[in-house]
Design a protein around this ligand. Structure first.
Ligand code: HEM
Length: 129
């Protein structure tokens, strides 16, 4: 019999997004970048977008319709090195909210998307000798 895919509830996704971005905002390097791009009033909208995004990624609901690569191209101050603290905070949050097998899946999705964003944003073919 086929093994059913792991389930990620809306409540868990809400907690993942809320907890993660609360930590992002307090982070000494990431916080200012998000505050600059989102501002005080933009957070409810950003959190709603990210809940749609993770619902689409984890449960293939299709709720998210945006273009992350294009959006990140306009983020003032984003660097390749900042992806490490971003991912560390994300993994730390995921293991608190999900059991170990599901936290591993969530973490792996984030790693893959981060790798593809980094390639799109920072890979310079001309720099290869
Ligand atoms: C150093 C790493 C990162 C930084 C500094 C960063 C920063 C930001 C900022 C400032 C925004 C808001 C942009 C705006 O509304 O104008 C944003 C949006 C977003 N970020 Fe990131 N991000 C990072 C990595 C990631 C990663 C790894 C993911 C996914 C796994 C991700 C997913 C998203 C999504 C889905 C949006 C919403 C895009 C939309 O509006 O449709 N980000 N990010």
């Amino acid at each position: 019999m086929a093994v059913p895919p792991p389930q990620f509830t809306d409540d868990e996704i809400d907690r993942l997004v809320e907890t993660f971005y609360a930590r992002i905002r307090r982070h000494h390097r990431l916080g200012p970048i998000f505050e600059g791009a989102i501002g005080e009033d933009g957070w409810p909208h950003h959190l709603a977008t990210l809940k749609d995004f993770w619902s689409s990624v984890l449960n293939t609901t299709g709720r998210y319709k945006g273009q992350p690569m294009i959006v990140h191209q306009s983020v003032e101050g984003i660097t390749e090195g900042l992806f490490t603290p971003w991912l560390n905070l994300f993994h730390q949050t995921a293991v608190e909210i999900f059991d170990a097998p599901r936290a591993a899946i969530v973490g792996q999705k984030a790693e893959r998307i981060a790798a593809s964003l980094k390639l799109g944003l920072f890979f310079k073919p001309d720099a290869i000798a």
